[in-house]
Design a protein. Sequence first.
Length: 449
Amino acid sequence: MARRTRAFPAGLYGLLLLALCALTVPAFGRPVENVLLGAASAWPERLLGWLATPVEAAVDTATATRLAELEAELVQRQAAADFDGAPLPWLEGCTPVPCQVVGVERIGGGGEPCELRLDRSCGELAEALPYVTKGPRLVGTLAPWRALDGERAAAQAARVQLLHHPAAHAHAGELQLDDGAVLRLVARPAAAVDPAPLRVELWDDPHRAAGLDRMGQLVRTTELAGAVAQPPAGLWLGHTLPWGYERANGERALAIGVYLVPPFQPRALASVVVWLPGRGRPVAPPRGTVARPARLQALPDGRGFAVTARGSWAEGAAVLAFGCCLGRAHAYAFGQGQVVPFRHSREPWGLLLLPDDPALPVVELVGTVEGDRDGLVLVRWQGEPGGAGAGRRLPPGHLFTGANGPHCPPGLLLGRAEPALEASDLLQVLVPAVPEALAATVLVAAEAP
């Protein structure tokens, strides 16, 4: 009699392997998940569309006029801040190219992101100077690319390597002491575990450098004869962060190392400036976004909306209602998705604060919603190290979106913001109320590089 062997079914082996891949690598099974969620949401959404009539997201004339004024003021004041202090002698014959940041990637020195993705392509900035600025600050350098790789490489998004990028060059700088003396130094990208993104490796006077005991002193770039890949002098390189031991009996601290904190928050950067040689050169307008009609339906838990939009749209797209940004959407298949309102989101947001005082500049922030109180959204924020808001309260104003990806551009109004009384790093934001059924708009990048 033939002996029958019992074998584990091969098909079940395959299913278990697929399940393991989907659990350990979420991106592996995400396309299938999106298709299933989109198919499951399509028919219920149509049924809800028959039962509930969406409210048109109309905006009265006065509100629309005020919103347009705020947006225009934001653009004007942000551009002024981006160019203020930048026209150094080496830039007098150049044409500025404002660029929006659509992505912040890769971890570098100090555990901070060290690479920016811009809304312009490599081909558009092929002839640009290597150094990228923001006002008087040196942000970084354009990442190298090869024109020999063809049109596909030229169409890719231009990238900026920040000063603490692992591939960044060392930079020479100088620090003016209280007695008028000048210390010269060379700074390199620090390690990811270091307390700051940049580390000072060389001093022209190590003895005086060992006596540095005050943080926040400004270091500017300086020119070195014969040095390769050095920016012009006068740009802000960072603020000092001495690292060492405290001495007893009130003596000065002993610094065993000095780090530099860049004069900007990498995650908060919403725009930078690239420079083309030659004055008055034509600059192509940015790609912008395309608005697509959408329908929102409140979910049963009251903490989100089901979204149905015409045509395809992408993950992280901004959803607009009544002229304001309601939140960012998670995209499924078949035009379906789900939007988590700003009020209920727990992911970090790039933010722009437009102060009521016209003499104050726009403040770039990174904020995370921590809850709400009396109808106000509480946002915990971080800003420029040693700059506006460091240990101080922010002024009242209007809160807009900052850099949140190519499909959620800067300059979308979130609401009215005022500083909270209990903490200096807390904002309370008044966002508009949204009905359960609503006709809205989903934004998609016109031509994502």
